[in-house]
Design a protein around this ligand. Structure first.
Ligand code: ADP
Length: 424
């Protein structure tokens, strides 16, 4: 232990700068240096601390925060107030032997956080019960959990927002694409069906036209005689008018079927549509040996929608049913319409065909799913999009015997409309 208190302050500081490692400096007090210059001790502490090349310790808490690392420090304030109490007792005339002299409280282990950091002394190396003062805790040290929480929340929110924007964009794009594809395919499907139907339309129109030609030729012949039978000729002419009108109706219904624009607000009667579809397919169904049975509810309320599109649904389902029965016997197609209590009407198209595997039942409504050699796999997906567009649903189940039942339900229109008031 070397005492350096007898040196003048400048020399003292120089010596402190050159202390060897692994030593410490202990500041007791300094009222006057070796040169006789007077000081206030706590004002010297910062100078000594700044100069010392090793940690500076002390005894008095008064020096904590001025440059000492710390130590077991006495409180000058408590000692001062103890002394003041004795002075007061003396002033009030107490005899010295009656005065109570109290031991000053034991020193407390107190340290300056800044000096600990300066000398690389870990807080964990301090004796138990040490108090640390002047900790300059960073924002991070003080609030790190809150900061982590806020950053995590902001990141999570940013991530969520980005994900939502991405999903929204993706969905919008997908919707646009699927709408375009659906519209295109629905149109393609109509054109494809047009080819299949042309034979049956030709047959339907051929009948009245052949009748017209035969009857007109006969009428011409009857006019050539001297006394023509005008009554007979008049009857024949009205037959010709009737046949012409029938041909006109067929053409009108075909034209309605391929009309591209849609009107979802018109009242539509499913019975009437069924009639039109079965009339159009009559020849094909006959040729395929399909027996058609209809159980149509005479009081069926109208639905609201596009007759052409709904006709397309029925047509697809009937054509599919006929396809499914091509390789089996008997071939019975049953078309039913009925009312539901829940404000909907139901149409069911049952066949005695090959049926559908349990595994395929969900997939058949997906676009491009087909089991047919020349199939497009679009019919049912178009049916579903049309039915759902009309606020309805479509599903398939196994028929009681063999085959399948395709059913769809649509909400009824505002009021009930008699069949004869509705155009098919
Ligand atoms: P595609 O007519 O091109 O095959 P669809 O969408 O109309 O396309 O039908 C998809 C598939 O669903 C058909 O290939 C067929 O396997 C099956 N399917 C549709 N209707 C029936 C039915 N009534 N009976 C059995 N299978 C059917």
């Amino acid at each position: 232990m070397t005492y350096v208190t007898s040196l003048p302050l400048p020399k003292l500081l120089t010596q402190l700068r050159q202390l060897p490692p692994n030593s410490i400096a202990l500041f007791t007090s300094l009222f006057q240096d070796g040169a006789g210059e007077a000081f206030v001790p706590h004002e010297v502490v910062p100078l000594v601390s700044a100069a010392a090349s090793v940690p500076l310790y002390g005894f008095l808490d008064q020096y904590l925060g001025r440059g000492i690392v710390g130590g077991k420090l006495y409180g000058s304030a408590t000692q001062g107030s103890g002394a003041a109490e004795l002075v007061l007792q003396s002033l009030y005339g107490a005899a010295p032997q009656d005065m109570q002299v109290r031991e000053p409280p034991a020193g407390r282990l107190q340290f300056d956080s800044y000096q600990l950091q300066r000398w690389g002394i870990a807080e964990s190396d301090l004796p138990p019960g040490s108090e640390i003062y002047f900790g300059r805790a960073t924002m991070w040290e003080q609030y790190h959990w809150q900061i982590i929480g806020i950053i995590a929340a902001v990141l999570a929110q940013t991530g969520l927002i980005s994900w939502l924007i991405y999903e929204h964009r993706r969905r919008t794009l997908a919707e646009v694409r699927s709408r375009d594809a659906m519209a295109e395919l629905a149109n393609m499907n109509r054109l494809a069906t047009a080819g299949e139907l042309s034979a049956s339309i030709a047959h339907e129109i051929n009948q009245p036209v052949t009748g017209i030609v035969l009857k007109a030729s006969a009428a011409l012949r009857w006019l050539a005689v001297d006394k023509p039978d005008l009554e007979r000729i008049r009857n024949t002419l009205s037959d010709i008018v009737g046949a012409g009108q029938r041909a006109g109706e067929i053409i009108t219904s075909v034209r309605a079927m391929f009309k591209k624009d849609s009107d979802l607000a018109a009242p539509v009667n499913l019975n009437a549509l069924t009639g039109t579809v079965l009339a159009l397919l009559r020849v094909d169904l006959q040729k395929d040996g399909v027996r058609v049975e209809t159980q149509l509810d005479g009081e069926l309320p109208a639905v609201t929608g596009d007759a052409v599109q709904l006709q397309q649904v029925i047509l697809n389902l009937v054509v599919n049913a006929a396809d499914a029965m091509r390789t089996v016997q008997p071939r019975v197609l049953t078309v039913r319409t009925s009312r539901n209590g829940s404000g909907t009407v139901r149409m069911s198209i049952e066949d005695t065909g090959t049926g559908i595997n349990e595994a395929d039942r969900d997939r058949i409504f997906h676009p491009l799913f087909t089991t047919k050699a020349g199939g497009m796999g679009m019919g049912l997906s178009i049916c579903r999009s049309i039915v759902e567009n009309h606020g309805g649903r479509i599903w398939v189940s196994a028929a009681a015997g063999r085959g399948s039942i395709f059913q769809f339900e649509l909400p009824v229109a505002g009021g009930r409309i008699a069949n004869h008031e509705l155009a098919a």
